[in-house]
Design a protein around this ligand. Structure first.
Ligand code: AMP
Ligand code: ZN
Ligand code: FE
Ligand code: FE
Length: 307
């Protein structure tokens, strides 16, 4: 069993890299990728811990990008740029590499978004919320993200968002922080194509993270079968090698359908739990939300062959 999508406290997870590596080792994972948002700053600590535990580590990151080929429709039929998450594996880690320069740009855009999001929430009645309070919940300043905002909103303004439960946490993203929410502030201006172009020649392998969350948030088996093939085909044409068909947030039946469509499109079905520790309390490392996720070891061999 492997897990190719996890987060540490260098972004919006709660485990340190060493804690994550220990958890992975205890679970019996053969290989892991630590895919923090827009940063590989956690890599060295993770590599050291994995080496000690004889656990294979795949360098990774989860990047926030735009897909303008499939715009998102608003409630009134308006068209918005679609924000998507893309996993990149085996990427260059030297700070001066153009790929790392793009990640640095994304982190600057994240910091600007966070400042705007505080102002927006203040206007909407979350008067006690400050950037200092939100940032204090993250272990590393560059890793502040919406889960830290969500935690602050529950703690500082229960009169607006209620008590924190699994259900109210999801609702907070629907009502406030997510793309349908009142406080939504878009983050990135960088497109999928721009990022892929800069990575050309670096042996980086891209996989589209949680494809249904990105493209079909309200899916059914029927809508997956009608909508996804064109999306998958387009992604392949744009230099994406894999799609996260084995995603721990979906059911076994949905995963099986996504694996089939991914193979049909000539893409590698990658997989992971999207583990965030205490910032996604219903998701377990390796086995996901449903508990029955098992990402086959052979997927890693296919990813390596795609470099
Ligand atoms: P950010 O990187 O700041 O844009 O925040 C993105 C992160 O917010 C994701 O990786 C998730 O951890 C979390 N998130 C986004 N949408 C949701 C949602 N609907 N429910 C729970 N967590 C979410
Ligand atoms: Zn996250
Ligand atoms: Fe994501
Ligand atoms: Fe993630």
């Amino acid at each position: 069993m492997i897990d190719l999508h996890t987060h540490s406290n260098f972004s919006d997870g709660s485990d340190s890299p060493a804690q994550l590596a220990t958890r992975a080792h205890d679970l019996g994972l053969r290989a892991i990728s630590l895919t923090d948002h827009d940063t590989t700053a956690s890599h060295d600590q993770m590599a050291e811990a994995c080496e000690r535990l004889d656990l294979e580590l795949i360098a990774g990151v989860e990047i926030s990008l735009l897909d303008n080929t499939f715009p998102r429709r608003g409630g009134g039929g308006e068209s918005f740029a679609r924000g998507v998450h893309v996993l990149a594996y085996f990427l260059p880690l030297e700070p001066e590499h153009p790929v790392q320069q793009l990640l640095a740009r994304l982190r600057r855009e994240r910091a600007e978004r966070n400042a705007r999001l505080v102002r927006r929430l203040n206007e909407l009645g979350f008067e006690r919320l400050t950037l200092e309070n939100v940032s204090a919940r993250a272990a590393h300043a560059e890793g502040v993200g919406r889960p830290h905002f969500a935690a602050a909103m529950f703690e500082l303004h229960p009169e607006i968002v209620g008590e924190r439960t699994g259900e109210s946490w999801s609702r907070l993203f629907v009502d406030w922080l997510g793309s349908t929410g009142r406080a939504y502030v878009a983050k990135t201006t960088l497109t999928l194509e721009e990022f892929v172009a800069v990575a050309q020649g670096s042996r980086t392998v891209f996989s589209l993270a949680h494809p249904l969350l990105n493209y079909l948030p309200e899916y059914s088996a029927a809508s997956i079968e009608t909508e996804m093939p064109a999306i998958l085909d387009s992604l392949r044409q744009r230099g994406v090698a894999g799609v996260e068909a084995y995603y721990g947030g979906t059911t076994a039946a949905t995963r099986a359908l996504m694996v089939k469509l991914t193979r049909d499109a000539g893409l590698i079905p990658t997989g992971g739990s999207d583990y965030h520790g205490l910032f996604k309390q219903d998701v377990s490392l390796g086995v996901g939300h449903s508990g029955d996720l098992r990402v086959p070891d052979e997927i890693l061999d296919e990813l390596k062959a795609a470099r």
